[in-house]
Design a protein around this ligand. Structure first.
Ligand SMILES: C[S@@+](CC[C@H](N)C(=O)[O-])C[C@H]1O[C@@H](n2cnc3c(N)ncnc32)[C@H](O)[C@@H]1O
Length: 318
């Protein structure tokens, strides 16, 4: 990639993704776009490692930075030798437990006890939907333990809201690069992936991590095509196997997505997917995309059942 193309991608990030949401990341991105020296160094990294979210998180992880610093490039250049190993060893694998609020109504429609298997689980925080609290506006479910996080989720009138947590008999996750809730370094990285202005989201993430430390979710290293079958075979008999994922399929090829759908069907599992509309175009009626371009679609066994907020902010049953 040429320097001007990379500079443009940072300008586009500032305008389309950060503007109105994160003045800090908007300022950082503009600063990078104007720094020939930093752009040249970024171009020496593998192509998947040149993107804004990774650079900003790695830099904040290494040196911390004042919000909305307009001289981001100078700070990053000053610590470049320490930032590069973080960029190379980490990825943007945000774990958003608030997404459980969107899965809960779907879990409630399945007869338990459930055996839940999450692919692309990151640290496994979405494997603990029965521990968190949920505030759906017209109904609230308290967290299993006092002090646990409560995730707000605006639910449409049609959404069938659960009155109790699901009964989960077995749970396990799979990820190419699992993060460990017991490792401070991993959890610091997860927290840094939350954009600076999203302070409430970060507070809830911290509460979820604290809760998860008392019941660490099991997440094994593996690929969703290669390892799902073996992990699924561990689900105890007498349970309903549910294979679910969120914000994951965008990382795999369209061919692998199709292969995965066939694999889950052959396993006889319930399949719950909460992904961006573009990731699973076959399951989402085009009306969903038109009404909410940035929304996710929650589907069950390949059929869209709800439109959801990408971080679990809302659910609209279809
Ligand atoms: C954006 S994170 C989402 C994490 C979690 N599902 C959530 O919503 O909070 C995507 C995760 O998918 C994992 N991933 C990507 N491709 C994968 C694959 N082929 N097999 C297993 N995990 C994968 C990444 O390592 C990353 O942790």
């Amino acid at each position: 990639m040429r320097m001007e193309t990379l500079a443009d991608s940072y300008r586009t990030f500032a305008k389309r993704e950060a503007s109105g949401i994160s003045p800090t990341y908007e300022a950082y991105a503009c600063s990078v776009a104007e720094s020939g020296t930093l752009l040249e160094l970024l171009l020496q990294l593998p192509s998947g490692k040149q993107q804004p979210n990774l650079l900003f998180a790695a830099t904040r992880h290494v040196i911390g930075l004042p919000d909305q610093d307009t001289d981001f490039a100078r700070h990053a250049l000053g610590a470049w030798d320490a930032i590069v190993p973080v960029i190379l060893s980490r990825s943007t694998q945000t774990n958003e437990p608030g997404r459980c609020a969107c899965f809960l109504p779907a879990f409630a429609q399945l007869e338990g006890p459930l055996a839940i298997l999450e692919v692309g689980a990151s640290a496994g925080l979405c494997l603990l939907p029965d521990l968190y609290g949920y505030d759906y506006g017209r109904s609230v479910l308290a967290p299993a333990r006092q002090g646990g996080p409560v995730f707000p989720c605006q639910a449409s009138a049609q959404t069938p809201l659960p009155h109790a947590h699901p009964q989960i008999a077995w749970r396990a996750g799979l990820d190419l690069n699992p993060l460990d809730v017991g490792k401070d370094e991993d959890m610091d990285w997860l927290k840094t992936l939350v954009w600076p202005e999203q302070k409430t989201r970060r507070t809830r993430l911290e509460a979820a991590i604290e809760m998860a430390k008392s019941q660490p979710p099991r997440v094994i290293a593996g690929d969703l095509i290669a390892q799902t079958e073996a992990l699924a075979s561990e689900a105890p008999s007498g349970t309903r196997l549910v294979i679910f994922h969120t914000a994951v399929l965008t990382y795999v090829s369209p061919e692998a997505r199709k292969e995965f759908a066939v694999l889950v069907k052959d396993l006889g599992a319930e399949w719950l997917a909460n992904e961006s509309v573009r990731t699973l175009p076959d399951v989402a009626p085009s009306a969903i995309l038109e009404a909410h371009p940035g929304a996710f679609v929650l589907s069950r066994n390949g059929h869209a059942i709800a439109r959801t907020g990408p971080h679990g902010q809302f659910i609209e049953w279809l």
